[in-house]
Structures are given as C-alpha cells and as structure tokens.
Design a protein around this ligand. Sequence first.
Ligand SMILES: N[C@@H](CCC(=O)N[C@@H](CS)C(=O)NCC(=O)O)C(=O)O
Length: 287
Amino acid sequence: MDQGRSQDQATFLLRDSRRERRVDRVVAARPSPPMTLPVLWHFTFSHFNEKVRWALDFKGIPHVRRALYPGLHIPRLTWMTGQAKAPVLVLGGKAIADSTRIIAALERHRPDPSLYPSEASARQRSLLLEDFVDEDLGDHLRAYVFYHLLRHADYANTLITRGFGAPGRLIHRLFFPVFRLAYRIRFEINADRADLGRAKILAALDRIEAELQPSGYLVGEGFTVADLSAAALLSPFVLPPELPYAWPGRLPGAAGAFCESLAARPALQWVAEMYRRHRPRSAEVAA
Ligand SMILES: N[C@@H](CCC(=O)N[C@@H](CS)C(=O)NCC(=O)O)C(=O)O
C-alpha cells in the first residue's frame, strides 16, 4: 500500500466487509481534529517517537497526538502506511512513516526554525549522523533496554501503558506474560541481542564524543537534526526532566546499573544539555 495514501482513500477501499465497516464506525465515533492539524500516531515510551515529537515541538507545529495500544497498532498503522512501525505522522492528508522521512517532510512544511544546516556539506554530515544513530543505535538500545525492563513487570507495565485509561492498563497488566512474549518475538529480544546492544551503545557514545565540535554541537555552530536524533535516541539512558512522558524512574536492574556506570560520559552529559537548551514544551493540541 502507498505510504502517501490519504485516509479518505484508505477508508474507501475498506468499505466492503462488515468487520471493516465496524472499524469505520469506531474511527467516525472519535472526535476528529481540525482538518489542518497534523496527527502524530505514537508510542509514548519510544525513543524513535520522541525524536519526532521533539521535531514537532522544536518547530512549534501545533499537532494532535494519538497514543497507540501495543498490538492494535499493527492493523492501524498497516492500514495507514503499509508498515507497522511508529511514529506515523498524518500531514496534509498524507500518512508518513519513519522518523527521518517525517522530519524531512516537516522541514518542507515549516522550514523555520530549520533542523537542516543551509550549507550543503554540513547538511550532508548532519543527515549521515542522523542515519548513523537511527541504524547503529536506535534498535540496539531498544533491544538492550527491553531485555532488562521486561524482567520487571511493574516497571514495564507502568512505562508502556502511560496515557491509557484504566481498562487498557488493566488488560496489559493481566496479560503481561503474553505481551512480554510478543515483544520478545517482535523486537527479537534475547540475551545475544542485549549483549550486542550494550556494545553498540558504547560504540555510539564513542562516536558522538569524537564527533562533537568545539561549538558543543555535532555539526557546525548550531543545533541540527544530528543533535536532536542522537539526544532523543539516547534519552532512555539519561531520562532528562524535559522528556514529555516521564519514565517510572531509573531503569530497573542491570540496565540501571549500566546507565549509572556511564553517567559521567561526556556524550550523556551532552544529551542532558541538548534537552535543557533545545527541548521546548509540547506543541500538542488537545483533540
Ligand atoms: N526507522 C524507524 C524505526 C521506528 C521503530 O522501530 N518503531 C518501533 C518503536 S521504537 C515500533 O513502532 N515498533 C512496532 C512494531 O514493530 O510492531 C523510524 O525511524 O521511525
């Protein structure tokens, strides 16, 4: 299915089966945001989703947020974009998947303040660093963190169900063993991936420390998409107070001890500084 398919077209294609008519009714029963507002479909706890929230807030783009329920996100996002990963942003009637593509679209939609340097080689370098943290850090950090936090049911339940009503929280808590198995399978979470994740996190910290310029930024003299991406994807290791959805506290167990052992690393102190200087308040509009 085309990623750019509008919700109207998708709704039209779904019209024929009874089950799908029910889906239409559920969607129609929800209050819809004003047509012009972008809608972010997201997981509150996810660092890839934090990357896009930060870009929207940095640019001061009023938007609506819809928190996804784990599991139910698969049909919803697949219907919208042909793939099942969040974040997904509906902008100008088009559903866009992937944080990098979303930020590129936001740059076109609201060029000022820009996250892309105007000079070509600096822009290319910032996009390369964005790609590096997406590919070499994002999934690996998630595998490491989830490997440890899924062993702590209370922590995991509180984190994952933040923002849901009581029934959603209760279902996740009651069926946690089923959810845990699904996360382990879906995200390929196991001891080997956690070990690899730990090594990749250390390598990413080394690279960020090597890339940091005298200006205190990764590229040139100012804040770019490279800084935003690296800081957002490392945020679970810092838990800065500016995070819009607070985590239940220090990571549990061995992951928490690992974080503490890294607290003095310049790269993690830099993440806290990027949040302090550049993470504005949310531009979310109540739907
Ligand atoms: N490359 C994607 C990665 C997004 C991603 O991995 N999202 C995860 C949450 S951290 C997800 O939605 N996974 C759900 C699934 O695979 O079912 C991006 O930059 O947006």
